[in-house]
Design a protein. Structure first.
Length: 115
């Protein structure tokens, strides 16, 4: 069955960097569009980044130039490199995939940006 497991979250100071990782099982990440979403308390869930099967990427305007999504086909993982972090990036980050009409979510990893 499809399983997504995120890791790499934590507490970081403003201006710092973090790298999130999503380990996938039950399917091949290179076959589907993979997404990172985030949700802060009291806010709507936001699509942060997408990587398409052909490798094309898209980002929310709020993270363009600071975040980079990538894929490791050999490890069947998707990563989100986050830089120049701001307090407003504080949220739970989720890795997701839509497969056969169903969207699957990981359990999320918490990112807190604070001094």
């Amino acid at each position: 069955q499809v399983q997504l497991v995120e890791s790499g979250g934590g507490l970081v100071q403003p201006g710092g960097s973090l790298r999130l990782s999503c380990a996938a099982s039950g399917f091949t990440v290179s076959t589907y569009a993979m997404n990172w979403y985030r949700q802060a308390p009291g806010k709507e869930r936001e699509l942060v980044a997408t990587i398409a099967p052909f490798g094309g990427t898209n980002y929310a305007d709020s993270v363009k130039g600071r975040f980079a999504i990538s894929r490791d086909n050999a490890k069947n993982t998707v990563s989100l490199q986050m830089g120049s972090l701001k307090p407003e990036d504080t949220a739970t980050y989720y890795c997701t995939v839509q497969r056969n009409g169903q969207r699957y979510w990981g359990q999320g990893t918490q990112v807190t940006v604070s001094s």
